[in-house]
Design a protein around this ligand. Structure first.
Ligand code: ATP
Ligand code: MG
Length: 262
C-alpha cells in the first residue's frame, strides 16, 4: 500500500458483505473442548488443552495467565484469526470456521471487535476515519454508520479531535479511538488483549472504565486478556490459563477482588 492518503482506503475497497446496522436477537458464544498445538521440529507445542467457555449477551470474562500461557492464542481462535487443532467455536450455534475465507473475513469484520495492547490505528487517517475503517468492507460508509462513528467518538470524549491523527493523541486517547472503532459495527463479541498494558495507572483505570461502560451500554459479550489483577477484578468472571487449561482464577488469584459469578 503506497498511498499515504487515507482517502485511498475509502475509495478502493470492494463491497464484501451487506448487513444492517442493528444486531438482531440474543448472541451466544460457545467454546467447546478447544485444544491448540503448534508444530515444531520436534514434539508439537501444546498451548491450549480442552478449553471451554460459555458467554451470552452482556456478559464479560477476564482471562489471566503468565506470559506464554496461551492467552493471545486463545483470543486469536475466538476472533477467528486462527483455528483450533481440536474442538469447536460456535457463535449463535453456528461454526464460523465452516465459512469460506471471504465469508469468514466478513463475519470477523462484522461480528467481532478487537482492541489490542497497541492501538493499531492507521497513522495517516484521522480519528473519524480510523473509527470508520470497519465500515470499508461495505464499500461505502452510510450516513447511519457516520452518525454512529461520531456518537461513539463523542462517547469516548474525543469529539473535539475528529480531524486529529494518531500522532497528535496521547496513548490513552488512541486507545479510546481503538475502542470506538471496535464497536462501530455493533459486534456480537468484543475481544481485548492487554487493552491497558501500555498505559500508566491512572490512564489505564480511565480506559478500563470506558471499556466496561460501553460494553454494558452496547450489551455485547466481552473477553479481556490481561496481566492486571485490578482490571480483571472489575469483570464479572475471571479465569486463568494454567498449563493450557482454563481454570477459575479464584483458585490461583484469591486477591482478585469481586466475588465470582461463574
Ligand atoms: N504461530 C505460532 N507458532 C508456534 N508457536 C507459537 C505461535 N504462536 C504462539 N506460539 C507459542 O505459544 C505459546 C503461547 O503464546 P501466546 O502468545 O498465546 O502467549 P500469551 O499468554 O499471550 O503471552 P503474553 O502474556 O506474553 O502475551 C508461546 O510459547 C508461544 O511461543
Ligand atoms: Mg499475549
Amino acid at each position: 500500500m503506497q498511498s499515504t492518503d487515507c482517502r485511498f482506503f475509502f475509495q478502493n475497497t470492494p463491497s464484501l458483505l451487506h448487513a444492517s446496522n442493528t444486531r438482531p436477537g440474543m448472541s451466544t458464544l460457545n467454546v467447546e473442548h478447544v485444544s491448540k498445538e503448534f508444530p515444531t521440529r520436534h514434539e508439537p507445542l501444546r498451548v491450549l488443552r480442552d478449553v471451554s467457555i460459555e458467554l451470552r449477551d452482556g456478559e464479560n470474562l477476564a482471562i489471566l495467565g503468565p506470559s506464554g500461557s496461551g492467552k493471545s492464542t486463545l483470543l486469536h481462535i475466538l476472533g477467528t484469526l486462527d483455528r483450533p487443532t481440536q474442538g469447536a467455536v460456535r457463535f449463535n450455534d453456528q461454526d464460523p470456521f465452516a465459512l469460506d475465507e471471504a465469508q469468514l473475513a466478513a463475519f470477523r469484520n462484522r461480528q467481532i471487535g478487537f482492541v489490542f495492547q497497541d492501538h493499531h490505528l492507521l497513522p495517516q487517517c484521522t480519528v473519524l476515519e480510523n473509527v470508520l475503517i470497519p465500515t470499508l468492507a461495505f464499500g461505502t460508509t452510510t450516513d447511519e454508520q457516520l452518525d454512529r462513528a461520531r456518537r461513539l467518538i463523542d462517547r469516548v470524549g474525543l469529539s473535539q479531535r475528529l480531524d486529529h491523527r494518531p500522532a497528535e493523541l496521547s496513548g490513552g486517547e488512541r486507545q479510546r479511538v481503538a475502542i470506538a472503532r471496535a464497536l462501530v459495527l455493533r459486534p456480537q463479541l468484543l475481544l481485548a488483549d492487554e487493552p491497558t498494558g501500555n498505559l500508566d495507572h491512572t490512564t489505564a483505570a480511565a480506559v478500563a472504565d470506558l471499556l466496561l461502560e460501553l460494553q454494558a451500554e452496547e450489551h455485547t459479550m466481552m473477553i479481556v486478556v490481561t496481566h492486571s489483577l485490578a482490571l480483571a477484578a472489575r469483570l464479572d468472571q475471571r479465569r486463568q490459563l494454567d498449563d493450557g487449561c482454563l481454570v477459575n482464577a479464584q483458585e490461583t488469584t484469591p486477591s482478585a477482588g469481586k466475588s465470582e459469578h461463574s
